[in-house]
Design a protein around this ligand. Structure first.
Ligand SMILES: Cc1ncc(COP(=O)(O)O)c(C=O)c1O
Length: 491
């Protein structure tokens, strides 16, 4: 049941009657707020505060929560984001008071359990990736990229080399070239080969002595595995460069292949994708970086170490790139990741990846007659269609995405990777049941039929959601971020 309702601030009755709290008498003298606080921070009146009962507040926010789509509601096939189910046991673990009630400035003797958890997670990630060492500090995938690229820069400087370029395939996630630039390099694009993988001949031409390395996503954002990864790594290394692997898509091959054996020098892992964590809305996340022996000396400090008396933090290391954030990591994301890894175990993790790949291939197979596939290689974890067949009727990827909401599914990722015009990037992940994946395919096939026979249904979609189609350009350019009483909305 849906109803139009005002913001909670707008539900302020003219006469304040409810008073939500009663404080005991103070045992200190009253102080005028203006005597102890800057005048501009002191409210002249409380009339702008909502005056509601507790149940009104609970119902208001509960109703708002129903207006959104969530992983707990249905298939959320947002490609590249790996929107998998977040098992409740992870949430229980992350809420244990022993984890939530500690402070990062406590002496290490009092937080041995937390340090042990970080140590054990690092060891687990080391064996999952086959790399030499790990830092858990980065707060997201992009932050992991920056950490890795700064280590690469420092390693090259230590060799006395000043290479100023980084190669990035044209299929890469936008964070890759942005990171290269942020780390002080010039990002140089390599055009992909016809099958969507790295063009070895182009790499051979471009891998000059100005190039610090290659940032490569495996499997790439088309869901295609770089089947010549060993040749690629070899070429980069022979020319004196280092290989950065973007591991955001690690969900596709956990337990099946080791980035360490592929020749990676650095690899970030989006814990909030592969190892679950509610991460819609921009956080929280964690982007640990695993490195080869070559980059080990440059890992950020502090590092969690194990010694005779237990676990500790090592701060001093001249070769380190230094701390990458305040304190140690988004700790509770680490708790969730270890809970996920431990509850699945090695066999479960391998099966997770196998099912994720199986589902992506099922979707590719079921939808290929209705949607165009620019790169028709076997899929790993995701498959990228485009809207060119529907565009003949004036229907574009955004219309398909909006109409899919009427069928109860979250839309796929749109318009990425950039090398697929009108892209629809579908990543079912392993979480859903086969029936749910099949229901999604049926909905997509029905949409393709509608696009041919009743394109207007898609062009005007969504029809069933609480809010219809928005002016997305205006929403992006003039977002209303703050409500002001009676005043103009602020952007
Ligand atoms: C391939 C790829 N690389 C990097 C990132 C950046 O990760 P994050 O969003 O955690 O910063 C993403 C995020 O979606 C991604 O899909």
């Amino acid at each position: 049941m849906l109803r139009e309702e005002p913001l909670i601030f707008e539900r302020n009755p003219a006469r304040r009657t409810r008073g939500g709290f009663r404080l005991p008498p103070a045992d200190v003298d009253d102080v005028e707020p203006t005597e102890v606080l800057p005048a501009d921070l002191v409210r002249a009146s409380l009339n702008e505060l909502p005056d509601l009962g507790e149940l009104d507040v609970v119902q208001h926010f509960h109703r708002l929560s129903q207006l959104n789509f969530a992983v707990d509601e249905g298939l959320y096939p947002l490609g590249s984001c790996t929107m998998k189910y977040n098992p409740r046991i992870n949430e229980q673990a992350a809420r244990l008071p022993g984890f939530t009630r500690i402070h990062p400035l406590q002496p290490v003797s009092q937080v041995q359990g937390a340090l042990r958890l970080m140590w054990e997670l690092s060891e687990a990630l080391r064996s999952i990736t086959g790399m030499a060492a790990v830092t858990l500090q980065p707060a997201a995938g992009a932050h992991g990229e920056l950490t890795g690229m700064l280590m690469i820069r420092k390693a090259l400087e230590a060799r006395g080399e000043h290479r100023d370029q980084v190669l990035v395939p044209d299929s890469a996630h936008g964070t890759n070239p942005a990171t290269a630039a942020f780390a002080g390099f010039q990002a140089v694009e390599i055009v992909s080969a016809k099958d969507g993988t790295v063009d070895l001949a182009a790499l051979d031409r471009m891998m000059t002595d100005r190039v610090a390395g290659l940032m490569l996503t495996v499997p790439n954002t088309l869901g295609v595995f770089e089947h010549r990864i060993l040749e690629i790594a070899d070429l980069v290394h022979t020319r004196g460069g280092l290989l950065y692997l973007d591991g955001a898509n690690l969900n596709a091959f956990v337990g099946r292949a080791l980035p360490g054996a592929m020749g990676a020098d650095a690899l970030h892992i989006n814990l909030h994708k592969t190892f679950s964590t509610p991460h819609g809305g921009g956080g929280p996340g964690a982007g640990p970086v695993t490195v080869s022996e070559v980059l080990k000396p440059y890992l950020p400090v502090p590092r969690v170490v194990k010694n005779e008396s237990g676990f500790g933090l090592q701060w001093d290391d001249e070769s380190s790139i230094g701390p990458m954030r305040g304190f140690y990591a988004n700790f509770l994301v680490l708790v969730r990741a270890l809970a996920f890894i431990r509850s699945l175990g090695p066999d479960g993790l391998r099966e997770m990846s196998e099912v994720a790949v199986l589902y992506a291939n099922l979707v590719r197979h079921r939808l290929r007659s209705a949607y165009h596939l620019k790169y028709d290689a076997p899929s790993m974890h995701e498959v990228v269609f485009d809207d060119s067949l529907q565009a003949e009727q004036g229907v574009h990827n955004v219309d398909i995405a909006k109409r899919l909401l009427d069928y109860g599914f979250h839309p796929p990722t749109m318009s990425f990777p950039l090398i697929v015009h009108g892209a629809l990037m579908i990543e079912p992940s392993e979480s859903a049941s086969p029936e749910e994946v099949e229901a999604f395919c049926e909905a997509m096939l029905e949409l393709a039929r509608e696009a041919q026979e009743h394109p207007e249904r898609l062009l005007e979609a969504p029809h069933e959601t609480p809010v219809g189609r928005l002016d997305e350009v205006r929403a992006a350019r003039q977002p209303v971020l703050r409500w002001r009483p009676g005043g103009p909305a602020e952007s």
